[in-house]
Design a binder for this molecule. Structure first.
Ligand SMILES: [Zn+2]
Length: 252
C-alpha cells in the first residue's frame, strides 16, 4: 500500500484530478496531446512549403513577363534602326548612280526612287520615335513591377526560411516529448495505462481523458448516466463515458 493508506481509500480518490496517481495519467495525457499537435504541425509543413515555392516561382515568372514586353520593343527598335540605315545606304547608292546616268528620264526615275525611299525612311523614323517613347514607359513599368515583385519574393523567402526553422524546432520538440512520454508512462499504474491505451486506440482524436462537468462529459458534451457518476464517485473505478468512450473523472 502506498503511504500506508488502506486499499479502498486509494481506490476512492482514483478518478479525481487531485489524486496523485490519477495526476500521472493527466500528465501523460497532456504530453500525448502535445505530441499529437506537434506531429500534426510537422505533417502540414511540406504542403505549406510547397505552396510557398509555387508562389515564389509565379512571382519570379511575372518579373520575366514584365521585362519580356520591354525586350520585344527593344528588338523592334533594333530592326527599325537597321532598316533606316539600309534605306540610307540605298539612297546613297541611287545618288551615285544619278551622277553617272546621261539620260534625263533615267535621272528622273532615280530621283523618284530616291524620293520614295526617303518617304519610307521618314515613316520608319516616326515609327522608331513612337517605339522609343513606348520603351521608356515599358522600362519604367518593368522597373516598378520588378521592385514590387522582388519585395514580395523577399517576403515569401523569409516565410520559407522561418518554416524551415520551425521544422527543425518541431523535430527537436518531438524528440524531447517522446522522452517525456516514456517517463510519464513509467509513472502511470498498469491497469490505468491499459485502459488509457485502449481508449486512445478507439478514439481518433484527443482528448482521451475528460472531466465530467454538470453530469456532462466535457469530451463529447453529452450527459453521462448515473452509473458513470456512481462508478467515478462511489465505486472508485477507472470509468469511461458511456457516450464517447473517453476516460472520465471529476475535478477536485
Ligand atoms: Zn463523452
Amino acid at each position: 500500500m502506498h503511504h500506508g493508506r488502506p486499499f479502498s481509500q486509494q481506490l476512492f480518490t482514483k478518478m479525481l484530478s487531485n489524486n496523485p496517481e490519477f495526476k500521472t495519467l493527466l500528465l501523460l495525457h497532456s504530453r500525448d496531446r502535445r505530441e499529437k499537435s506537434l506531429a500534426k504541425e510537422l505533417a502540414n509543413l511540406p504542403g505549406i512549403l510547397n505552396g510557398l515555392e509555387r508562389k515564389i516561382a509565379v512571382e519570379k515568372e511575372s518579373i520575366a513577363i514584365a521585362t519580356q514586353e520591354l525586350k520585344g520593343m527593344e528588338t523592334l527598335n533594333n530592326s527599325l534602326e537597321t532598316e533606316i540605315t539600309s534605306i540610307g545606304e540605298q539612297v546613297a547608292r541611287q545618288k551615285n548612280k544619278q551622277l553617272e546616268v546621261k539620260k534625263n528620264e533615267e535621272y528622273q526615275a532615280l530621283e523618284n526612287e530616291i524620293a520614295s525611299l526617303l518617304t519610307t525612311q521618314s515613316e520608319k523614323e516616326d515609327e522608331q520615335i513612337a517605339v522609343l517613347l513606348q520603351i521608356d514607359d515599358a522600362r519604367e513599368t518593368a522597373r516598378i513591377a520588378e521592385e514590387k515583385i522582388s519585395l514580395r519574393v523577399v517576403d515569401l523567402e523569409k516565410q520559407r526560411s522561418e518554416l524551415l526553422e520551425r521544422e527543425k524546432e518541431l523535430k527537436q520538440d518531438l524528440q524531447a516529448i517522446a522522452v517525456e512520454i516514456s517517463a510519464s508512462r513509467g509513472e502511470v499504474e498498469t491497469p490505468m495505462l491499459e485502459v488509457y491505451d485502449r481508449t486512445k486506440k478507439i478514439l481518433t482524436n484527443p482528448p482521451y481523458v475528460a472531466p465530467i462537468e454538470d453530469q456532462k462529459c466535457s469530451g463529447c458534451n453529452l450527459r453521462v448516466s448515473n452509473d458513470v457518476i456512481s462508478s467515478v464517485l462511489v465505486e472508485q473505478k477507472i470509468t469511461q463515458c458511456d457516450q464517447c468512450g473517453r476516460i472520465v473523472y471529476v475535478e477536485r
